[in-house]
Write a protein that binds this ligand. Sequence first.
Ligand code: GLN
Length: 531
Amino acid sequence: MAKYVFVTGGVVSGLGKGITASSLALLLKSRGYKVFMQKFDPYINVDPGTMSPFQHGEVYVTADGSETDLDLGHYERFIDEELNYTSNITTGKVYSSVLEKERRGDYLGATVQIVPHITNEIKNKVYEAGITSNADIVITEIGGTIGDIESQAFIEALRQIRNEKGKENTFFVHATLVPFIYGSDELKTKPTQHSVIELRGMGIQPDMIVTRSPIVLDEHLKSKIALYCSIPTENIIDSVDVKNIYQIPINYYKQGADAIILKQFGMKVTKANLKEWEKLIDVTDHLEKEIEIALVGKYVELHDAYLSVAESLRHAGYKYHTKININWIDSEELENDVDLKKVFKNSKGIIVPGGFGERGIEGMIKAITYARENNIPYLGICLGMQLAVIEFARNVCHIAEANSTEFNSLCPEPIIDLMSDQKNIINMGGTLRLGNYDCKVKKGTLAYDDYKTETIKERHRHRYEFNNKYKDILKEHGMVFSGINEASNLVEIIEVPKHKHFIGCQFHPEFKSRPTKCHPLFDSFIKSSLK
Ligand code: GLN
């Protein structure tokens, strides 16, 4: 049976609870235990797939095609384990399945209530993650802050799990803020004390408190929190601000955080193997070069909207001991009369990531023309691939009206068109082409150079596809279709070999890049940009 660690947050949101959960998971994995991660999001959307990136940041897609919270990206990048549909549970998901059961008559005449029906459903989601993952330890992060109305049913479910499974199978981590007050120049523990009182009011006594603060907590402050919160001093883990987030697991390790959890579980405190991680910190702390990469998109004001893409660029940078400076460019602004030479003056590579809808499209196309004509390395992801094809059709093949039916449903030259199995879909949620699909990589291409294998699997999230009717004419003008999904004859990768480095993919490689193992497409893109 799996053991369960729950990570709640107090005082303020945005404390880095996701990184805390991921760091603990990484440490437990480094000791040889199989870990799995899960996040509860108390909002009513069934998943973040239908939310604007401005609301929620990026939608992270797992291999099985679940559209999830961006924290799952942190989880996968830290623990390098594939997560799935059991890993992101929202209030919307919980209520949907309870209501479905109610309509089916499964509750046999009962009055359906938050306790026990909603809480049972939540508990089942926790246990399901444990059973299906076959993990030794499941770490569940609870989104939001203690005291939020939204998360109450989740907290109540966790209280019941502790009651059912006991202290030897459950562990509560509460992450809080310890602010520094200027003037008196001291750290303040009162908000933490109050947050723990709030948590206790809901029946949960934390086993560990992780304190986020701008300076290290001294022993006196730790014992003060320990006293007021009824926790051993050594179970107060200091999470001081760091420049490099990869340092955090090591900081927790030095304080024995993971060993404390294992001891409570009665599990062996085996030796941790953190060699790879320490090597990573050494690299990230000593980057020798710098390079600017332009990222052209329409959600650039919120960098979180492109979190995995930015991370993937950085991962590839690590391989070449290079710091990546992202030149965030609002595609809509390129639609005005701007001097592209100026905009891209220092950018050694241009990337157009995924996106939806018509706004800013022509600006992205302008950026692609600039990359192609000036031999600047280009990487197009999903929408960025579709637009690269449209740009090529318009400006190289002289198909002036080339477009996607996403932006003009009546367009006479639909180079990008709705996939046939998407034509009758009415519901927007969860109906894109999602998750892993196979791709056959053509030998002798840039893509093959990158992957060094003919069969790959990548994660998808799109509704439109390349229209095969235009394949021949694009080929005649020099475009190479280097990756195909054979089962449905869908174009997955395109490239222009005449160019220094011009490649686009229909899938999202950014979801598979890891800090210690950068993705081949980002690897070669950065390598070419450095040349
Ligand atoms: N909007 C495009 C589509 O639906 C591209 C999607 C994306 O970039 N994720 O096919």
